[in-house]
Design a protein around this ligand. Structure first.
Ligand SMILES: Cc1cc2nc3c(=O)[nH]c(=O)nc-3n(C[C@H](O)[C@H](O)[C@H](O)COP(=O)(O)OP(=O)(O)OC[C@H]3O[C@@H](n4cnc5c(N)ncnc54)[C@H](O)[C@@H]3O)c2cc1C
Length: 183
């Protein structure tokens, strides 16, 4: 059994598993007729001049995510959001994109209280994924609180499973042998 859930669900299913503290994340979605000219770039505010950690014109990456014919701008606020979130984000975005955001329409604000496990120092980057032979756990809470951490912990867990099953070796053995042309 490989348990691949968030930390809280994992601890519910396997009592005794550690539940970390979490950081909240808020994502604000705006739409406008007139997309900022930043293409698909992710903007990071190195000056930390407002609540937005990073923002992008998501419709430049995937137009199907936006209302028909309009641009979708999605912006991420890390930690506890300010009480004047909407106004503060709008002002910050105007500075980051170098354009007026007065007419941007707020489509949605999603606040996730337990978005990412906290990683206070000293953080254990390699929490065990093999609890016993036949029982494994993976997820961002076993590694770093990122997509990369979740994938890395899954790789560690599947490697342990293969080893316990006596099938250690390349995890890609089932892939067809590349032909000279495909390689
Ligand atoms: C708003 C937000 C923004 C983020 N931004 C970034 C970012 O920019 N970069 C980055 O690297 N990371 C980011 N993260 C963190 C990243 O999304 C997570 O670290 C990553 O998704 C964790 O993957 P996971 O597989 O451990 O858990 P999850 O992605 O939480 O997947 C666990 C799955 O288990 C399912 N599940 C729960 N209980 C059960 C059950 N009983 N039975 C069956 N299924 C169950 C859940 O429905 C879920 O689909 C962000 C997270 C949030 C919330």
């Amino acid at each position: 059994v490989l348990l691949a859930t968030d930390a809280r669900a994992a601890a519910r299913l396997l009592p005794g598993l550690r539940v970390p503290d979490f950081h909240p994340v808020t994502v604000v979605h705006h739409t406008t007729d007139d997309a900022p000219r930043t293409g698909s770039a992710l903007l990071l505010d190195a000056d930390r001049g407002g609540p937005v950690a990073h923002t992008a014109v998501i419709s430049e990456v995937d137009p199907s995510r936006a209302p028909a014919g309009r641009a979708l701008i999605s912006s991420t606020v890390l930690g506890t959001p300010p009480s004047d979130l909407e106004a503060a984000v709008r002002t910050h975005l105007a500075r980051l994109y170098g354009t007026s955001t007065h007419r941007w329409e707020t489509l949605a604000v999603h606040h996730t209280r337990e978005a990412v496990p906290a990683m206070p120092a000293p953080h254990d980057l390699r929490r065990p994924v093999r609890l016993l032979a036949g029982l494994y756990v993976c997820g961002d809470h076993r590694d770093t609180s990122t997509v990369q951490g979740a994938l890395h912990s899954a790789h560690r867990a599947t490697t342990a499973i293969l080893k316990d099953l006596g099938a250690a070796g390349s995890m890609h053995r089932a892939d067809p042998t590349p032909t000279a042309q495909a390689a």
